[in-house]
Design a protein around this ligand. Structure first.
Ligand SMILES: NC(=O)c1ccc[n+]([C@@H]2O[C@H](COP(=O)([O-])OP(=O)(O)OC[C@H]3O[C@@H](n4cnc5c(N)ncnc54)[C@H](O)[C@@H]3O)[C@@H](O)[C@H]2O)c1
Length: 360
């Protein structure tokens, strides 16, 4: 196929990961970028030998940009995605799709109305370890799954990220909780309710250059979700606890017949272990050798392939909007003493990748 042209908006921390990984996918070709910071933009464009556009409007006027990849900060996702869709471009956004359910819904509807594709991260459910886990769970290997435990101990982000403020503004559930929420809803279907509780454990922090700031959201959150099939998910998310915690970003699925432990929701080569009830875990071979770490552009490449083949793409905006509703409802629950809040939206669970299908 002729690769679709990618234009990146937001050439910050994660953009390099996308640019490097894009080279490994024949479905896409990075052609241009823009950023509010001209110095950062110029360095990125030079490093990847692409066009640097001084504004979003200029990037949207570039005929070679078929898909806009929105890698801006959380607060800017809605506006940038909306403008790109209005300009007639397909969009793939970093998570979350938007900060409000209403905005996420509006973007989904706008894409449908314009006949455009809208995809969203996290697409880490496309990783080899995650697809292996999804295949085993969907095949009934664990029996009925009734409990899911997830740990997101993401540590003190200000100790490594040069611009941590937007991450603390939205909080750990919105920034990182989206990974297990997307994985679990991929494997077990939609959530029907959420309750959440939050604490400020270490409110006063310092940036790398020593500037003091106060966190804008709880740095320890415990959430409990009821999924449509009846399973309960307990999610712990923290911007305080991090390494050397034993579990930093992992999931365990517990069913009537057995359990599955996924070592990481993010690393495609994570360990997958399965054990019958009452026995010990044993390692399972992945469906194919796992990519080391995270292949950041796999979701947008899969969407480009889907456009070419005229089939639905897997990292769907409908699922991302469902996750936004969970996040917003969790925030409302936290503000109201952990009240149970019902979730209305739904989505079609994505099929396994072709290389992950077949008997296990
Ligand atoms: N850093 C990571 O490890 C990581 C991993 C996965 C996903 N993400 C997601 O990727 C996104 C970006 O994260 P990051 O760490 O690269 O942040 P960052 O702050 O390093 O970079 C964001 C860039 O977007 C630019 N920007 C902001 N608003 C803009 C606008 N309206 N138009 C054009 N440019 C704009 C900023 O100038 C900045 O260069 C976030 O949504 C985050 O959740 C980050």
């Amino acid at each position: 196929m002729t690769p679709l042209g990618i234009g990146i908006v937001g050439t910050g921390n994660i953009a390099g990961g996308y640019a490097r990984d894009a080279l490994t996918h024949p479905e896409i070709r990075l052609v241009a970028a823009t950023d509010l910071d001209p110095v950062r933009l110029a360095a990125f464009a030079e490093a990847h030998a692409i066009r640097a556009h001084p504004s979003l409007d200029d990037l949207l006027a570039d005929d070679e940009v078929d898909i806009v990849v929105n890698l801006t900060v959380h607060h800017a996702h809605y506006e940038v995605t909306k403008r790109a869709l209005e300009a007639g471009r397909h969009v793939y956004s970093e998570k979350p799709l938007a900060l409000r359910t209403e905005e996420a819904r509006e973007l989904v509807d706008l894409a449908v109305a314009r006949g455009l594709r809208l995809g969203c991260s996290p697409s880490t459910f496309l990783g080899e370890a995650q697809q292996t886990s999804a295949g085993l769970i969907r095949s009934g290997r664990l029996g009925t799954v009734r409990a899911v435990y997830s740990e997101v101990n993401w540590g003190r982000i200000e100790t490594w990220h040069p611009a941590p403020a937007p991450f603390f503004d939205v909080g750990v559930l919105v920034d990182v909780g989206v990974y297990p929420l997307t994985l679990v809803t991929t494997m077990l279907g939609r959530a029907r309710s959420v309750r959440a509780w939050g604490w400020d454990l270490m409110p006063d922090r310092r940036t790398i250059d020593g500037t003091p700031f106060r966190i804008g959201s709880p740095d320890l959150i415990v959430a409990a979700l009821e999924l449509d099939g009846g399973a309960v998910m307990r999610l712990t998310a923290s911007f305080y606890v991090g390494r050397p915690a034993k579990l930093t970003g992992s999931l365990e699925f517990h069913g009537d017949d057995g359990s599955l432990a996924l070592g990481s929701f993010q690393d495609f080569d994570a360990t997958v272990e399965v054990g019958a009830y009452g026995e010990s875990y044993e390692s399972v071979d992945l469906v194919r050798p796992g990519f080391r770490g995270t292949a950041w552009a796999r979701g947008v490449a899969e969407m480009a392939g889907a456009i070419a083949e005229g089939r639905p793409h897997r990292a769907s905006a409908e699922q991302a909007a469902h996750v936004v509703e969970i996040l917003e409802s969790a925030a409302a629950s936290m503000a109201d003493g952990g009240r149970r809040i019902e979730i209305d939206s739904t989505f079609a669970t994505p099929p396994l990748m072709p290389w992950a299908q077949g008997p296990r």
